[in-house]
Design a protein around this ligand. Sequence first.
Ligand code: NAP
Length: 325
Amino acid sequence: MALSSLESASRLFKSQPNTDEVAARDAPSGKIKPVILVTGCSSGIGLALAELLEQQTQYRVVITARSKSLEVLRSKFRESDRFWIRPLDVTSETDRNRLLEEINSRWTGVNVLVNNAGVSYRAVVEHMSAAEELDQFDANYFGPVALIRGVLPSMRKIGRGKIINVSSVSGMLAMPTMGSYSASKYALEGISEALWYEVRPLGINVSLIQPGFVRSKSFMNVKYSTQSGPEHPSTGLYADYYLHMTPFIERLMGLSLTTPQAVARRILKTIQRKNPPLWIPATYDAEVFYYLRRFVPRRLLLEFLFATLPRVRSWAKAYTKKRQR
Ligand SMILES: NC(=O)c1ccc[n+]([C@@H]2O[C@H](COP(=O)([O-])OP(=O)(O)OC[C@H]3O[C@@H](n4cnc5c(N)ncnc54)[C@H](OP(=O)(O)O)[C@@H]3O)[C@@H](O)[C@H]2O)c1
């Protein structure tokens, strides 16, 4: 008698779902909660999205940041069985593999990947070194693409999934002093477009969120190359470029009507839409640029945008050898 009650107690114990299994199901509907992985949550758009997702109990969420910024997340959010905080430097293969292994083994894979982390170098093309170029691409292109490769197998297995890449207006139009950043976002746009065709038959969606200027302090996080320096060269050929472009960009960001929270809401909507489109302009200026790019002949658009650059006619005036027209 004692043995059989022990056996039934142990059967009961075994049939008790563990906390991961409990966290996997939405209590009222009994449906499996999709798993969302977000990169770069320590500030700006990623932080705003993490705040939104914390309230969305119908999902399991993994918010991530580089180790140096993890404390920011730990001080703002409370971890739970359905809301994890994990270190992830998107450029680190070790970090990526460790995290995906944990998610795959405990939660059977990522259903929605939000590649948000990004950095932006501020330097003219001639002031970037090959190593700096690689650093730019590591964070904005190679890292996100490696993560995509990491999550695709589990998405394919269930025939569903969403890949949301945070791109930029700089992925449709380039600006002086932001060439490498633009190139990295153009690359992200290019591969996302190819991927859209490849994974559509597999039931997987790909979307590019394209913010333009966002009213935030993220310009304080821009990186400088050794030659462009935080103080910028104040004399020489490119001095005017930095002198005029830096405050110009900061002013446009300050004037923007769109906040990181608004972009985060757009990403949440994309997560919730059944079939979101590939290109999603996420600020008012991005909408304008999207249509300008589509409908205005590019040669004219280039001339028009050149004329809007601050004091552009005086740039490098003392240095040019171009023929007088
Ligand atoms: N703000 C804008 O006007 C704007 C416009 C267009 C597009 N975007 C894009 O929007 C995305 C978010 O930018 P944001 O405006 O929110 O800028 P932000 O406040 O500077 O946030 C960037 C985030 O990326 C993280 N990050 C940088 N390198 C990383 C790495 N190697 N691994 C993991 N995380 C890394 C940063 O974390 P750490 O604390 O570790 O540095 C930070 O949390 C970026 O892809 C950006 O290109 C922004």
